[in-house]
Design a protein around this ligand. Structure first.
Ligand code: PLP
Length: 396
């Protein structure tokens, strides 16, 4: 298509869609693997993966086939009925979580998974939740109540209450905030939206101990970090802790909307008949898609691939002196720049044919498809110094 038409799509977008996201950078028409194409036919390497969603990249045959076959067999039923993909996925998630018996509630997004978990915590008979500053848990009223960022919260107050925010990574502050009336401690194993902020070693274990001391639940939001993103099925597996609640979404079905609230042990029985519901949650197509994503990660050995390629990317990015810190695990990567030029770096990367993300003025985040190839990673590392040159020169 021509420029004029792309301009037209942008105008039509502005005229017909609510302006909640700002004007989109591109209008995309198709994708394959870790590559996407815009309306001009220009090709990009997608190093953001729809924000940690496109685990198998774009148009992966296993996902296309699973969705097509399920839709051609049984596309939607209500929750008055059960389906085989729904039961198989619940069993699979519990097996991957490896925390003993539990129960799953399926949703259609991350925020809804957190809403379900938030309601579940109220069924303890307590209302107080301790969450972390810089954390992100979604945009519905309940999920927003658990998210500290003032700019997101302020326009919508009053939000559902009784939430205390503590500095992330500070076990002493957490211990001081949790009391015998605390229902749950809510933490991300790494704070994705904050720019992949990682806590000190031992933080999640300390949170587990603090929760136990007060009879509170430990709730881990693995919506961004879960399902292979960090080279493990769940990021908290490296911390050796067993949570009571885990929420997942984003990468679970590789781009088909789904989320899940997993209750470990007794936590899985707190929501009772009539307490909660959803029309689409547990939809057979979404569950079949998730089973295809998980199956492909297993059969293609993607966890090992993610671990090795993530290390290579982090090492390559850190080699430039204008990068002051690189964080994350596997293919969830955050880095700090020596100046507040992350918007220029992201724009420059796009001009060079790479999609990346700038969560804060000095931070860059990468969350590429788990199927990203060595060649694509190397191409980005080759372009990286020039991208930084342009952004830092523009600044002086
Ligand atoms: C993206 C995200 C959410 C919200 O998920 P949505 O599907 O956008 O509602 C919640 N928690 C974390 C950690 C996330 O990264």
């Amino acid at each position: 298509m021509t420029d004029t038409q792309e301009h037209t799509w942008g105008e039509r977008y502005a005229d017909s869609l609510m302006n909640t996201f700002g004007q989109p950078k591109l209008v995309l028409t198709r994708g394959a693997g870790a590559h996407v194409w815009d309306t001009d036919g220009k090709e990009y390497v997608d190093l953001l993966g729809g924000i940690a969603v496109n685990a198998l990249g774009h148009a992966h045959p296993a996902l296309v086939e699973a969705v097509t076959a399920q839709l051609g067999t049984l596309g939607h039923i209500s929750n008055f009925f059960a389906s085989e993909p729904q039961v198989r996925l619940a069993e699979k998630l519990l097996a991957l979580l490896d925390a003993g018996p539990g129960k799953v509630f399926f949703t259609n997004s991350g925020a809804e998974a957190n809403e379900a978990a938030f309601k579940l915590t109220r069924r303890t008979g307590r209302t107080h939740v301790v969450a972390a500053q810089g954390g992100f848990h979604g945009r519905t009223m309940g999920a927003l109540a658990l998210t500290s960022k003032e700019a997101y919260r302020a326009p919508f107050e009053p939000l559902p209450g009784d939430v205390t925010f503590v500095p992330y990574g500070d076990a002493e502050a957490l211990a001081a905030a949790v009391t015998d009336r605390t229902a749950a401690i809510l933490l991300e194993p790494m704070q994705g939206e904050a720019g992949v902020v990682t806590p000190p070693k031992g933080y999640l274990a300390a949170a587990r101990t603090i929760a136990d001391e007060h009879g509170a639940l430990l709730w881990l939001d693995e919506i961004q970090t879960g399902l292979g993103r960090t080279g493990r099925w769940f990021a908290h597996h490296s911390a050796g802790v067993t949570p009571d609640i885990v929420t997942v979404a984003k990468g679970l079905a590789g781009g088909i909307p789904i989320g899940a609230c997993i209750g470990v042990g007794e936590s899985g029985t707190l929501l009772e008949p009539g307490n909660h519901g959803t029309t689409f949650g547990g939809n057979p197509v979404a569950c079949a898609a998730a089973l295809a994503v998980i199956g492909t990660i297993e059969t293609d050995g993607l966890l090992e691939h993610v671990t090795a390629l993530g290390q290579k990317l982090r090492d390559g990015l850190a080699a430039d002196p204008r990068v002051t810190e690189v964080r994350g695990e596997g293919l969830l990567i955050g880095l700090d720049l020596a100046a507040e030029v992350s918007a220029a770096v992201t724009a420059g990367a796009l001009a060079h044919g790479f999609i990346i993300n700038n969560p804060t003025p000095h931070r860059i985040r990468l969350a590429p498809p788990l199927v990203l190839t060595q060649d694509d990673a190397e191409a980005f590392l080759t372009a990286w110094p020039a991208i930084l040159d342009e952004a830092f020169e523009g600044q002086s």
